[in-house]
Structures are given as C-alpha cells and as structure tokens.
Write a protein that binds this ligand. Structure first.
Ligand code: GSH
Length: 202
C-alpha cells in the first residue's frame, strides 16, 4: 500500500504512527499539497493529505477513514475496541484531537499572513477552542495512563499528535503550564518508537 503524506502533517502522522505500531509494510510518498506540482488533488479531490492507496488500488481519505481501513485489515495490535459504544467513545476523543488540529492549522495560517493582514480575533478564537479542548482532555484522562479502557487506542495516538503539533506551530501557548496530566501523557506517548520515528523534521 502507498501513503501520500507531508512530513509535517499531523493528520498524516496519526496514520504513520498506526502503520509503524502495526508494522504494516508500505511505501511513503512525500507530497505537500501546498506545492504547485503536487499530485494530491488527483488522488483526493479535496487536495488534502493523508491519502492511502490499498494494494488493490482503492483510495482512502481522510485520516479517520484511513485509520478505520487499517483496523479493518485485522492486523494486531488493535487500536479500536471491538465493542460498538467503546469504539464510538474512542472516535469522540479522536474528533476532539482532530478539532485541536483544525484550530491550530487555522491559527497558524492566519499567523503566516503579513502582519497587517492578520485577524487577531481569528487567532484568539482558534486558541480559545484549543484551550477548551485541552481542558476537556485533561479531565477525560484523569489519572489514567491512556484515554480509554486502560489501553492505548486511536484516541491516544490522535491526542499525542495534536499535542506535539501545538508544540510545533503554537509553542507560545505553553499548555504544559496548565495541564499536568496531558504533560505526563505527552512524555509517555512521545517516547514510543512510532512517535520518535515520525516526528516532523526540525
Ligand atoms: N480531516 C482531514 C484533514 C487533512 C488536512 O487538512 N491536511 C492538511 C495537511 S496538515 C492539508 O492537506 N491541507 C491542504 C489544504 O488544505 O489545501 C484528515 O483528517 O485527514
């Protein structure tokens, strides 16, 4: 199978972590959808990475769908519970982590505009979403090592990628000062070889 991804995309990183954890052989095609010669729109009409092509030539996007496809391959270790409601709860935490990414990307893009064109209110609005989501995650994690059922799942992978993406794009948020549970969690998941090997280039 082939994964098309940019090395900085946190959505693509979720998938790269799962592929590494499951030790699934694949080809990584590095492609940034922001470049003029990108092949991404030919694969995904939305022009976004990650995109995964199966060995049978079927194309899958976006990252939650690709994660579902990888789970459907039934290749252990599993990152989704078998129980239906437990799976919905894992997906809920994934959605919260992905929402942090959406807000962080928007805040980052706003900050990349020339200073005089930046809308400070938009940056503040996105950062407020991130702050509320982090508070929810801190509460949800409590004093447990993983978000659901005492074992690592897609929810943990998504939150780990989101926390490190904030570090990359919005370091001034200094979230570790306010969220000790998430700080310990980030250190725990960030030490896994799958996270180390997929960390964006400095
Ligand atoms: N919901 C999508 C989001 C994917 C996404 O926004 N990817 C970014 C890279 S970080 C992208 O390709 N952006 C290009 C664009 O918006 O044109 C997913 O989970 O895969």
């Amino acid at each position: 199978m082939k994964l098309t991804a940019s090395l900085t995309s946190p959505y693509a990183r979720k998938i790269r972590v799962l592929l590494a954890e499951k030790k699934i052989p694949h080809q990584l095609e590095v492609d940034s959808p922001w470049e003029t010669d990108t092949a991404v729109p030919a694969l995904n009409p939305l022009g976004k990475v990650p995109v995964l092509e199966s060995d049978e030539g079927e194309v899958f996007f976006d990252s939650p769908v690709i994660a579902g496809f990888l789970e459907a391959l039934d290749q252990p270790p599993h990152f989704m519970p078998q129980d239906g409601m437990a799976a919905v709860r894992v997906r809920q935490t994934e959605a919260l982590a992905d929402g942090i990414l959406d807000a962080a990307v928007l805040a980052h893009l706003e900050r990349m505009r020339p200073a005089e064109a930046q809308l400070a209110s938009n940056i503040e609005r996105q950062c407020a979403k991130i702050e509320r989501a982090l508070q929810t995650l801190e509460t949800r994690l409590g004093d447990t090592p993983w978000f659901h059922d005492g074992r690592i799942s897609l929810a943990d992978v998504a939150v780990g990628c989101a926390l490190e993406y904030i570090d990359l794009r919005l370091p001034a948020l200094n979230w570790r000062e306010r969220f000790p549970g998430l700080t310990a969690f980030a250190a725990r998941i960030g030490a896994r070889p799958s996270f180390v090997s997929t960390r964006p280039p400095g």
